[in-house]
Ligand binder design. Structure first.
Ligand SMILES: *Cc1c(COP(=O)(O)O)cnc(C)c1O
Length: 526
């Protein structure tokens, strides 16, 4: 029997040795597998460069080459695997991962809610799934109607004037919104240099402003975790293009002064960008347009249940005020006088959107996500969306109030939180950190919460349970986090190298990101 076929290495190279003789502590297995938790080699170790999963005919010796001298002369260096090897490799890896279909996924600011299967069913209808962006318009009227109806819902829910569907994620939507602000200022010959961003902002906000050519200045927070209105007003002036504000903010608090902030910014000639990543807390209850917002992205993959993380892709439509809508990107959907739907592209922009800032992406956006988000919206209806935001806030407050006696909750005195509960590392035993708590949660069978964000709180832990968790699921999570928090306060040394039960234990994450080891030690790099 060949115990070592190509690419497969026993965890214990001496096949005759007793795997348990060496350690004496934890029982080991010959393969390194632990029951159904399979030890999987790297793909470059399994696949050899000269294997191919499909049978392709050899190109004819005299076949004409039409690549103008660009054809590859050396091997491409990809691992070659058969179909079953490929399927098993990725299935085994997927079983080492955590997903929303496995359990509660408390990542704050990410809104990791259940992805309803109805969304998937509708998105897979061939009329949506099998169309091409360059198909004749007359053959995609149904898809355009989905885009139009989704647009109408997003506008109604936000109280805004227009929407650009094409941005591919939240950060891309931010760029779209800030470029609209830039275009509006340029159109009135008013070049401004500064974008104001609160200290608690998501990192994408200052990155977006800088990428769009603005100098970023930060606005301090008041002691209650909200923007310091007086400090903001004092900084406004003719050089300020606008502010980027998240509401509810990243401390999980509602920015009560947003209306006053918007009035002050507008009076100073600037625009208000709202980061809408936390929209799930207020859907159906607050319309950002009523608060004076000029542009806001909506993460369909957060608020409207389309998958994200490994399940991607994202989608970040941007809703725009009357002042910014004329500068929206191409393409967009509009209706002709005869009632048919059309896409406004470069050729037709002069008639429909003459001040458009141009194209943000090659085509129309993430069609599959539009279909899923609209399915979610229609299956909930207005009353269902209203209930969802209420339950998201209720669940977060349940987590906050259930844990504030064992974990420091810096803004618990600022009133109820919105959709996420924020804790700090104050009161943990010396030598125990937020990271240790997060890693210990993995041993308890949960994905960790967001850690070290927002930056305004030391050792932040941000928990967003979302509305899709039952009370039983929340109680189990709270009990697990409570027990880990108590161990952290008591200084339990075993926390410092948790997780103990994961396929891989504590990693040097910086090294792993900067210098990933992509081949098995001792194997030749491809
Ligand atoms: C998720 C998030 C973003 C960025 O959205 P992506 O879709 O990941 O690009 C921006 N701001 C906040 C507050 C977020 O939570």
């Amino acid at each position: 029997m060949n115990l070592n076929p190509a690419g497969w290495r026993p965890r214990f190279p001496d096949a005759d040795a007793d795997p348990n003789a060496a350690s004496g502590e934890e029982p080991a297995t010959f393969t390194g597998n632990r029951g159904l938790q399979l030890e999987e080699a790297l793909i470059f170790d399994i696949g050899s460069g000269d294997t191919c999963g499909v049978d392709l005919p050899q190109p004819a010796a005299n076949a004409p080459v039409r690549l103008g001298g660009l054809e590859r002369r050396s091997a491409i260096g990809l691992p070659g695997l058969s179909e079953p090897e490929t399927v098993r490799h990725y299935t085994r890896l997927s079983r080492q991962n955590y997903g929303i279909d496995l359990g509660l996924f408390p990542l704050g600011s990410c809104t990791m809610k259940h992805n309803p299967r109805l969304n998937e069913k509708i998105a897979r209808l061939p009329g949506f799934a099998d169309i091409h962006p360059l198909q004749p318009e007359s053959t995609i009227q149904g898809a355009l109607a989905v885009m139009e109806e989704l647009s109408a819902w997003l506008i109604a829910l936000t109280g805004m004037h227009g929407v650009a569907l094409s941005p591919k994620a939240g950060a891309h939507g931010e760029l779209c919104g800030v470029l609209c602000i830039r275009a509006a200022l340029e159109a009135r010959g008013d070049l401004r240099e500064v974008m104001l961003v609160p200290e608690s902002a998501h990192g994408t906000n200052p990155a977006t402003a800088a990428f769009a050519g603005y100098r970023v200045e930060s606005i301090p927070a008041a002691a209650d975790g909200r923007i310091d209105l007086a400090a903001l007003q004092a900084r406004l002036g003719p050089d300020v293009a606008g502010v980027m504000i998240t509401n509810p903010n990243t401390c999980g608090l509602y920015e009560r002064d947003l209306h006053a902030i918007a009035d002050a910014v507008h009076a100073a000639g600037g625009f208000v960008y709202c980061d809408g990543a936390n929209f799930n807390a207020i859907v159906g209850r607050v319309r950002p347009g009523d608060l004076g917002v000029d542009a806001m992205h909506i993460n369909l993959h957060k608020t409207f249940s389309t998958p994200h993380g490994g399940g991607g892709p994202g989608s970040g439509p941007v809703v725009l005020s009357e002042a910014l809508a004329p500068f929206a990107p191409l393409p967009c959907v509009t209706r002709r006088a005869d009632g048919s739907l059309m896409l406004v592209e470069e050729e037709s922009a002069a008639d429909h959107l003459p001040q458009s800032l141009g194209r943000m992406s090659a085509f129309h956006g993430q069609m599959g996500m539009f279909t899923r988000a609209l399915t979610y919206i229609l299956s909930h209806g207005a009353d269902g969306l209203f209930a969802a935001s209420g339950d998201a806030v209720l669940n977060a407050n349940y987590v906050l109030r259930s844990l504030e006696d064992v974990l420091d909750a810096p803004f618990a005195g600022s009133g109820p939180c919105m959709h996420e509960a924020l804790f700090s590392d104050a009161g943990l035993a010396p030598g125990v950190s937020t990271l240790d708590i997060a890693k210990a949660l993995i041993d308890e069978g949960f994905h960790p919460m967001t850690v070290y964000f927002p930056l305004v709180v030391h050792g932040a832990m941000l928990v967003e349970p979302t509305e899709t968790e039952s009370k039983a699921a929340l109680d189990q999570f709270i009990a697990a986090l409570r027990s880990v928090a108590l161990r952290a306060k008591a200084g339990d040394p075993s926390l410092c190298n948790a997780p103990h039960f994961a396929p891989r234990t504590r990693l040097d994450e910086t090294q792993a990101a900067r210098k990933p080891v992509l081949v098995h030690p001792g194997t030749q790099a491809p």
